[in-house]
Design a protein around this ligand. Structure first.
Ligand code: PAF
Length: 284
C-alpha cells in the first residue's frame, strides 16, 4: 500500500493511475477503522481499479465541547487493516494540507440549510458545513471517479450528495449499507466510549428503529404517534433521546402521503456517548 501525506505525493500517484486509464475510488474516513469502514473499502473495490482511503480527523466538523480531542487516533492499526483490505493508497493529510490558513480562517462551504440544519444539524450547528468543506477539499485533492459513504450517517450522505451536485463534481457517490454488531448496534468509532453495562441499552436503539420502520411501513398515517411511541421506548431503555423522526429518504423532508421511500432516523445519548442510527422504511 502506498502512502501520501502531501498534495504533491497524492497527485503524483493519482496522475500515474489516470495515465494508465484507471478508475479511482475515494473512501473518506476519520480513522479508527472498523468493519464498517472495511465494507466501504470493499464496495470501493467493486467500483474502481484503485482505492484511496483518507484518514483525517476534521476539526471543523466538531463543535466546541465535542470529542475532537479524545476522538480515537489509531493510525498504525488502521494502516494494517487497510493493507489487509488491499487499499492502494492511504492519504493522511496534515491540518496544513487541508486548511492552509487554519480551520478558523479558511474559505469554507455552507451545506444546504434545508438538509443540514435539522436532525443532527439542529443539535450540532455547523457540523455539516465542516463535513462538506473537508469532503470537497478531499475531492479536489484526490479527484476520484467515485466516493464511498456509509448509510449509517444517512443525513451526511444526503448532504454530501447535494454538495456534489450543487458544486458540479463529476463523480458518483456510492452508499454502503450499515454494518452492525451481533446485537444490532451500528458499528461506530464512538462505540468504544460505551462501557459494558451500557451495551444492551445501546442495542435497543436498533431494535426500536426496526419496530418503528415496520409500523410506519404498515400504517404510514400513524407516523407521528409511532415516533412518539419510539421516543418513549428508547427512554424506557435509559437512553436520552435527541430525536427520532421519519423523513423522506432522499431529501429528509416531511413525508407526503404519496411518498414511498422513507427513513427513520434517531440520535440518543447513552451516558455521555451520542449514538445515531437509521433504517429504511418502504411504504407499499
Ligand atoms: O463520516 C466521517 O467519517 C466523516 O464525517 C468524513 C466523511 C470522513 C468527513 O470528515
Amino acid at each position: 500500500m502506498l502512502e501520501a501525506q502531501t498534495r504533491e505525493q497524492l497527485r503524483a500517484v493519482v496522475s500515474n493511475w489516470r495515465r494508465a486509464g484507471q478508475k479511482i475510488a475515494l473512501v473518506p474516513t476519520m480513522g479508527n477503522l472498523h468493519e464498517g469502514h472495511l465494507a466501504l473499502v470493499a464496495a470501493a473495490r467493486e467500483q474502481a481499479d484503485r482505492i484511496i482511503t483518507s484518514i483525517y480527523v476534521n476539526p471543523a466538523q466538531f463543535a466546541e465541547g465535542e470529542d475532537f480531542g479524545r476522538y480515537p487516533r489509531t493510525l498504525e492499526q488502521d494502516r494494517q487493516q487497510l493493507r489487509a483490505a488491499h487499499c492502494d493508497l492511504l492519504f493522511t493529510p496534515s491540518d496544513q494540507i487541508i486548511y492552509p490558513h487554519g480551520p478558523g480562517d479558511s474559505t469554507s462551504l455552507r451545506a444546504a440549510p434545508s438538509l443540514a440544519n435539522i436532525l443532527e444539524g439542529a443539535s450540532r450547528p455547523g457540523h455539516f458545513d465542516g463535513v462538506v468543506t473537508v469532503v470537497a477539499r478531499l475531492f479536489n485533492l484526490a479527484s476520484p471517479d467515485v466516493a464511498v459513504f456509509g448509510e449509517k450517517d444517512w443525513q451526511q450522505l444526503v448532504v454530501v450528495r447535494r454538495m456534489t451536485e450543487d458544486l458540479g463534481y463529476s463523480l458518483r457517490i456510492i452508499p454502503v449499507a450499515t454494518v452492525r454488531g451481533p446485537g444490532g448496534l451500528a458499528l461506530s468509532s464512538r462505540n468504544r466510549y460505551l462501557d459494558i453495562a451500557q451495551q444492551p441499552a445501546a442495542e435497543q436503539l436498533n431494535a426500536v428503529l426496526r419496530w418503528a420502520a415496520e409500523r410506519v411501513a404498515a400504517i404510514p398515517g400513524q407516523r407521528a404517534a409511532i415516533e412518539r411511541e419510539a421516543h418513549g421506548r428508547l427512554e424506557r431503555h435509559g437512553l436520552r433521546v435527541d430525536y427520532v423522526q421519519v423523513v423522506r429518504a432522499e431529501d429528509l423532508a416531511e413525508p407526503e402521503p404519496r411518498d414511498r421511500d422513507l427513513r427513520v432516523l434517531a440520535a440518543v445519548w447513552s451516558g455521555t456517548t451520542r449514538l445515531i442510527d437509521n433504517l429504511p422504511c418502504h411504504v407499499a
